[in-house]
Design a binder for this molecule. Sequence first.
Ligand SMILES: [Zn+2]
Length: 398
Amino acid sequence: MRPVAAVLCSLTFAIASAQAADERATTLAQDAVIVDTHIDAPGILLDKWADLGEAAPDREFDYPRARQGGLDVAFMSIYTSAKQDDDDSARQVANTMIDGVEALVERHPDKFALLRSPKDVDRLRADGHVLLALGMENGAPIGDDLSQLQRFHDRGVRYITLAHSAANRIADSSYAIERKWHGLSPFGKRVVAEMNRLGIMVDVSHVSDEAARDAIALSSVPVIASHSAFRHFTPGFERNISDELAKAVAAKGGVVQIPFGIPFVNPQGAADTQAHFRAINDFNHRNAELKAAGKPLESEDAFEEAWTKAHPAPATKIDAVLDQIDYAVKLIGVDHVGIGSDFDGVSGELPEGLRTVADFPNLVAGLQARGHSDADIRKILGGNLLRAWSQIEAAAKQ
Ligand SMILES: [Zn+2]
């Protein structure tokens, strides 16, 4: 997820249609259980509402295109920013976003269902439902209150990305220069233990290497990276996972979910992303100082507009994503690789042929063309994530 202004000013780029994948790929995409662990639809709903049960052409996720692409389980990202952490609005925003997802299901009970357990996937998807699961991006809404984990679990949250673009009370972020905790904070360690107890998946995407290492070591069950590409392709970009940490995730039985966004899979895109988050953190600090001094604030929209203009997304083909998957399979094994697109979270900066949830058949066709067996493709599309989730759920002690 990127700051909201960037999302809004680039929505026009998100209008795309599925390209024609061959019949074999389309059949497999429809038949396999596809689990996408990161779709940022709820954040955009708060800023620019649309009914995602109907065609919503300025979005990358809606019901008709999810069905067209064969998507079964869409983790809706309950994203809050470092800024909302600072101004204490993160918990309010997170709950409002969850309300929005619930409203969508209530408005279209024939199209959507909330998914709280991997056990319910087969039953609920049988009659054409697209299943909405909840993943919280940034542990900020927990605040310093461990009991919030139970509350958000009760509301359906099934993974938490421990931090986002800046250090929070739980962990350090990969984007920030500042390393407040050098890993997990003492509170963050209790958060991981409580997440294990409740059966909430620990997500190490976005956090610093030190924090990921701590979380993987501390967790008693597999951990996931909900949307992390491989740093191998983007040297120095800590937001993407290192080979060492990916192996540690796999050794524990977890899954690395590959995102599609140009900011992660293209080296130039990654460099721009890193610079952008550091710039926005600086921008926020500047505005906080201006506010404290009683002076007028700088415009965030103007900042984002200027940034986007100066850093156009480099043209990227679907092969960049296929290369990531091939590399991951070779490095950590086909049982530990999945997908977490980041649709609706990268301002439309997506590779050719992978622009919306209608495009999963293109990914399948690409994997088939590269020699992956249909059985392996089923694992990558969702089988692996459901296995890890089931294991985490089974170990919960509620
Ligand atoms: Zn993200």
